[in-house]
Write a protein that binds this ligand. Structure first.
Ligand SMILES: [Zn+2]
Length: 370
């Protein structure tokens, strides 16, 4: 039996997937992360000349980052990312190591034609992967082969060290998106013990195939038959909304949040977000967050106003401030139709109030229910 530990640079793999698809004439190509460890273990088995059953994947860890303090226009995007990381852990038993990137109120996705004054750089991901790989290499019987899914040159020294500790290294990468040294046929740098595994040769085995299913749209705004054919699979505890309702919600929310001034002003600061100090960035940018309270604090308040004919309203919180909320911010089992003036709710804050502007709440639930 051979023990394999898989180390995935998730940020790199995410960035490289469009190129992987495009190069092979499959522009919408998506990787099935559920299949990835098994398929890669199969390749290692072939390389060492053992049956697949003799290759034991003891752990798969994905290293990546997630935005914090971002412009709320991008909240759906970030929520999607979070739900992806949760899926890896819940459904496929990945370990995930996710590091905060502080966007200081900026857009995660730059707007077309607009120059971003401040683009935060990713921190920690490569060092975390390299540290983890070396740490386990130094622990007896933890793994025989480090199977890395990487492309950046930064890993060169770590790979050499892992081999010096007597472990074997396999590299899986994307042909157009990897350091030259990795695919050097002679391996002059001494980085690996096997032929490079090119994901481009495994496209069919790794493809994420969506099979649309009949699902019930849970939106109060839904018109017509509530069963719709959709390939989106909601996470455990997440509500399913059809495409049409999702778009309706977003438009409504954008309008309401624009009106409430929620796309301006200060953002909550997570305690870790600034700890890694963005040395290169202008310290003056987006720094209205000094009075912000740490995220994770639970707030409480009563429903103060429900906008007629719409699905959003405002809470008067115990801290004396008003908070905007939308139907999509309600946690199960609350639904929009449950909302009554004077109802007491607990919530989390995604944006702090500023001067005359309300804040923004999410994860609303009945007071004391969680
Ligand atoms: Zn719907």
């Amino acid at each position: 039996m051979i023990k394999v530990m898989i180390f995935i640079d998730g940020s790199w793999l995410y960035r490289s997937t469009p190129a992987l698809g495009a190069r092979n004439g499959r522009p919408d190509y998506r990787i099935d992360y559920g299949k990835l460890p098994k398929v890669l273990a199969g390749e290692v088995a072939k390389a060492v000349g053992l049956p697949v059953l003799d290759v034991d994947v003891v752990r798969t860890t994905l290293f990546a980052s997630k935005p914090v303090n971002f412009q709320l226009k991008d909240e759906d995007l970030v929520a999607k990312q979070t739900s992806f990381f949760n899926m890896l852990a819940e459904d496929y038993h990945y370990e995930t190591e996710i590091y905060d990137i502080n966007f200081r109120g900026g857009r995660v996705k730059p707007e077309f034609g607009k120059d971003e004054a401040f683009r935060p750089t990713e921190k920690c991901v490569d060092v975390a992967l390299a540290s983890s790989m070396l740490y386990f290499a130094a622990i007896p019987y933890s793994y025989d082969i480090a199977l890395t899914v990487i492309g950046d040159r930064d890993y060169l020294p770590a790979l050499r060290m892992v081999r010096r500790l007597g472990r074997r290294v396999a590299i899986a990468t994307v042909d157009d998106n990897c350091a030259r040294e990795y695919k050097d046929p002679v391996d002059r740098q001494g980085l690996r013990d096997f032929d490079v595994i090119f994901l481009g040769n495994l496209l069919d085995e790794l493809e994420l195939v969506y099979e649309p299913q009949w699902q019930k749209c849970e939106s109060d705004l839904h018109e017509g038959e509530s069963l719709v054919l959709d390939s989106y699979r909601p996470r455990k505890g997440e509500r399913f909304f059809c495409d049409v309702c999702r778009r309706k919600f977003r438009e409504q929310k954008d309008l309401a949040m624009e009106e409430a001034g929620l796309y301006e002003g200060s953002y909550p600061v997570s305690p870790d977000a600034d700890a890694n100090g963005d040395m290169n960035a202008d310290p003056g940018l987006g720094r209205e967050d000094d009075d912000a309270q740490p995220m994770g604090q639970i707030y409480s308040g009563v429903v103060k106003h429900l906008v007629e004919g719409k699905t959003y309203g405002f809470l008067a919180a115990e801290d004396g401030e008003d908070y905007f909320f939308h139907a999509t911010d309600l946690a199960r089992p609350l639904v929009w139709n449950d909302m009554r003036i004077g109802m007491r709710l607990d919530f989390d804050v995604k944006k702090r109030p500023s001067e005359d502007r309300a804040g923004a709440a999410f994860n609303l639930r009945l007071h004391g229910s969680m």
